[in-house]
Design a protein around this ligand. Structure first.
Ligand SMILES: Nc1ncnc2c1ncn2[C@@H]1O[C@H](COP(=O)(O)OP(=O)(O)OP(=O)(O)O)[C@@H](O)[C@H]1O
Ligand SMILES: [Mg+2]
Length: 169
């Protein structure tokens, strides 16, 4: 199975994915593909539309290869464009799209890495939520509202959904 976390920067994707991973480890083979880590490894700083498209197609393929071998793959990427998430869904069986939702104001307030500040100052261009669009998922398997739920509640919602879908015990 592939669990795909999408949402604005600072909405909580990495935090929740890590927590879900902790809860599954030991019982399942589980791997986390995270936006920051992957981009660091492959030294990819291209956040243009074309750049994001290419990057996410590559991630979708990695998820496919791993999940076909029985690994539970958790993917946490802003993945702001519908076409990229739809592509990931198309090539991955048992695809679970989790919309990690928080109002833009809350994300700006959190600004974990100081990126919103830079985007608002005009220091960086094409930042999702500021001067690049976030296209909300139309039919995600699950919506998580991190401004209203605790991390534990959000994590439990993901695990319950996976159980409900019959992917875990
Ligand atoms: N219910 C919640 N679930 C997840 N994170 C929460 C929740 N409530 C508050 N937070 C906080 O929100 C912040 C989310 O940061 P995180 O790095 O996980 O976001 P992200 O979506 O991965 O961002 P980016 O796209 O920049 O990688 C953390 O500081 C986390 O502690
Ligand atoms: Mg993250």
């Amino acid at each position: 199975m592939t669990v795909w976390f999408t949402g604005l920067p600072c909405s909580g994707k990495t935090t929740i994915a890590r927590e879900v991973m902790k809860r599954l480890e030991g019982k399942y083979d589980v791997e986390l593909l995270d936006g920051d880590t992957v981009r660091d490894y492959i030294r990819n700083k291209d956040f243009s539309r074309e750049g994001r498209n290419k990057h996410l197609r590559y991630i979708a393929l990695m998820a496919r290869l791993l999940s076909k071998r029985g690994v539970i793959v958790l993917c946490s990427f802003v993945s702001p464009y519908r076409e990229n998430r739809d592509f990931a869904r198309k090539i991955n069986d048992n695809f679970v799209e989790v919309y990690v939702k928080a109002p833009l104001e809350v994300c700006i307030e959190r600004d974990v890495k100081g990126m919103y500040k830079k985007a608002l100052n005009g220091e960086i261009k094409g930042f999702t939520g500021i001067d690049d669009p976030y296209e909300e998922p139309d039919n995600p398997e699950l919506v998580i509202e991190t401004d209203k739920e605790t991390l534990e509640e959000s994590t439990n919602k993901v695990l319950n959904k996976l159980r409900e879908l019959g992917y875990i015990d």
